[in-house]
Design a protein around this ligand. Structure first.
Ligand SMILES: O=C1O[C@H](COP(=O)(O)O)[C@@H](O)[C@H](O)[C@H]1O
Length: 321
């Protein structure tokens, strides 16, 4: 059984590089590393808070058994009084990782989600991070994308561009958006080929353990149904274990056509932040982190990076724990 620390706080283009990738598909045989199904339910043991200042996290010790995260003993759960406080902490967390990876490997490979995550990144756009982060070393891709034009309201690229990317000096050549002129299948193939180029060019690491790309940081949101990326509960794509990028044409959440990184890619990451806010997500959070037994895992429960997993929750999202 691994330990799991909980904190509560009060507060485009391809390697080539053009925004639309042009690349040929190179099949690669990969090994599978997926999170194991838990044998026992997740459980928490909360003990005394050791810090309760207005801004600092209140630390709890906890134990949890049988989850992929706990098997690795790398889970860190932080609960914030408000989404505002969460966004302050998320900015520091991201900036610290940016500094670490740029020092270690000269680049920072960041994977964004769509949805509410982008708003929660807003504190990175402020001092001191706006000036101190070396944005020129960032390489940004998307864990999932809707197959719509880049200027469409449903585009995750547009959401991130308008709310984040356009406000920081990341070189346009380091921003890897999908080719929106292709079908869902074509866009997934193309995005995977782009990713292979990034690995070949050593921009993105390859995990020695899994043989899949290893991003420095994935910033993941979660839907109220427990989906992450475009991997939905009960959908066969959750079990995809060969592809790096795949597509869906029957997404239960509109729009129906999307592409998504697969779980082997997600779980090869050096760090993952799961950023979850709002009472509408409390049931899924409870199912993921509470102590009841469930035969079917929610996609969020399959998230289990090679490196460190950090949950950023606001109080409403954690309200059923
Ligand atoms: O459709 C999607 O939903 C999830 C969750 O979005 P949120 O607005 O509930 O935070 C998001 O992470 C994913 O990237 C997006 O395509």
């Amino acid at each position: 059984m691994g330990s799991f620390s909980i904190s509560v706080s009060s507060r485009a283009s391809s390697v080539g590089l053009t925004p639309v990738h042009r690349s040929s598909y190179i099949p690669v045989v990969q090994s599978l590393v997926l999170a194991k199904r838990p044998k026992t339910p997740i459980c928490w043991l909360r003990t005394k808070a050791v810090s309760s200042s207005a801004r600092d996290p209140i630390r709890f010790r906890s134990a949890m058994a049988g989850t992929a995260a706990s098997e690795k003993g790398k889970g860190d759960l932080q609960v914030f009084e408000s989404e505002e406080d969460l966004s302050v902490s998320l900015a520091k967390y991201t900036a610290d990782l940016s500094e670490k990876f740029i020092q270690e490997r000269g680049a920072f490979t960041v994977v964004l989600s769509g949805g509410s995550l982008i708003h929660s990144l807003r504190k990175l756009l402020e001092s001191p991070y706006l000036e101190s982060v070396d944005w020129t070393k960032w390489h940004v891709s998307w864990v999932d994308e809707r197959v719509v034009p880049k200027n469409h309201e449903d585009s995750n690229y547009k959401l991130a561009y308008d709310g984040f990317i356009s406000k920081v000096p990341i070189p346009p050549g380091n921003i890897y958006a999908i080719n929106d002129a292709l079908t869902a299948e074509g866009a997934a193939d193309d995005y995977e080929a782009c990713l292979k180029q990034l690995v070949n060019n050593k921009v993105v690491d390859l995990s020695a353990a899994s043989g899949f790309p290893k991003f420095d940081l994935m910033l993941l949101g979660m839907g109220p149904d427990g989906h992450v990326a475009s991997l939905f509960p009960g959908h066969p794509l959750v079990n995809e274990n060969k592809r790096w990028v795949t597509f869906i044409k029957d997404s239960p959440k509109p729009p129906p056509e999307r592409i998504t990184y697969t779980f082997p890619v997600i779980n090869s990451s050096a760090s993952i932040a799961l950023v979850i806010c709002g009472s509408g997500k409390a049931d899924a959070v409870h199912r993921a982190l509470g102590n009841q037994e469930n035969s079917d895992l929610l996609p969020v429960q399959i998230v289990s990076p090679e490196g460190k997993l950090t949950w950023f929750l606001d109080k409403p999202a954690a309200s059923k724990l």
